[in-house]
Design a protein around this ligand. Structure first.
Ligand code: RUB
Length: 326
């Protein structure tokens, strides 16, 4: 039986698998990898007509899109590359797709650097930041501050269940930032020693709500109570255009084995894995309302969360259709 589905290059399948398994993780890294995968698809395509070429790219984008649902940087990256690719022939389309992907990746890097400098303005010499998860946008602010000669210290939450705090700690130590690693439950105890809570975002909604690693919203509530400012560092590819028309952001639920392995589960309940009366929930993200956020730092400057919709309209207009949905 013949298969009429457009060919998706193995390298795209590999990238999709790496994103799904979190070998590639974090909203910016996911977007970067997705754009690179579309370029690879374009380069390897054996399509003979522009229609077939576009069909393959859409199939590749769909495979990448279906890996993780929460970080809007992923569909934003795919849309940027697909919608922007132009040409009458396969070779024109190929060149245009590759150029568009390269431009996206370069812009991503530039935006993070610019954002880092904007965020560094908030940090004074001697400040202590508390981080949650591992955000390259958030750490770019610390890096820029350190490069400006400021002494910054970090209290790093380990961030169960995947311990992305370890990645943050390693990176901060590479820049000689003194790090205190704490368990997530200790955050409230340490907030008295903190000048800023500094986190990233997977998606930012039109009302200024911030979707980020599970635990961010609780940390923000604690920080509010202690009077510690909460700063969200997020490039504008984290702005979720669909939320301008009332859509909500899907919160990913991951495998329960990340929380409790089958072996630990057996030990805990002493019984049959299928019917032990124990439920494990593993939501990967949560939503912090705008009233608990002091500022969103982007490559276009800092914004109070409530005004982010203005920037969103400016950058995205009203176009929110998925480019593979034709
Ligand atoms: C990562 C996470 C990060 C944001 C921002 O979650 O919540 O804070 O993605 O990261 P996960 P960055 O580990 O589940 O992907 O600033 O690097 O885009």
């Amino acid at each position: 039986m013949s298969d009429h589905r457009p060919a998706v290059a193995p390298v795209v399948e590999e990238t999709a698998e790496q994103i799904a398994s979190m070998e590639i993780r974090g909203a910016a890294a996911i977007a970067d990898a997705a754009a690179a995968a579309l370029a690879a698809q374009a380069e390897r395509s054996e399509a003979t007509t522009p229609e077939a070429f576009r069909g393959e790219l859409r199939a590749a984008a769909k495979a990448l899109y279906e890996t993780r649902p929460t970080a809007v940087s992923l569909p934003n990256a795919l849309r940027y590359v697909l919608v922007g690719a132009e040409g009458e022939t396969v070779s024109e389309l190929r060149a245009s797709t590759v150029a568009r992907a390269e431009r996206f990746r370069a812009d991503l890097e530039d935006a993070q650097e610019t954002l880092g400098r904007v965020g560094a303005n908030r940090l004074r010499d001697g400040d202590v930041v508390m981080t949650h998860c591992h955000s390259t946008d958030a750490l770019a602010c610390v890096k820029a501050a350190v490069e400006e000669g400021k002494r910054i210290e970090a209290i790093v939450k380990e961030t169960r269940p995947r311990n992305q705090g370890h990645i943050a700690a390693r990176e901060l130590r590479e820049w000689d930032v003194p790090v205190t690693l704490i368990v997530d439950n200790a955050a409230h105890r340490y907030l008295d020693e903190v000048d800023h809570v500094l986190v990233g975002a997977d998606s930012i909604a039109a009302d200024g709500s911030v979707v980020n690693k599970i635990g961010t919203s609780g940390l923000a509530v604690s920080a509010r109570e202690r009077g510690v400012p909460i700063v969200v560092a997020a490039q504008t590819i984290k702005l979720h255009p669909d939320t301008m028309t009332g859509h909500t952001v899907e919160i990913e639920t991951r495998d329960e084995a990340e929380v409790l392995s089958p072996a630990d589960r057996r030990e805990l309940t002493g019984g049959d894995l299928d019917d032990d009366g124990l439920t494990v929930e593993n939501p990967a993200f949560d939503v912090t309302p705008p009233r608990h956020v002091d500022a969103i730092v982007t490559e276009h400057g800092q914004f109070p969360p409530e005004s982010i919709v203005t920037l969103m309209r400016e950058l995205f207009g009203e176009t929110t259709r998925e480019p593979w949905d034709r």
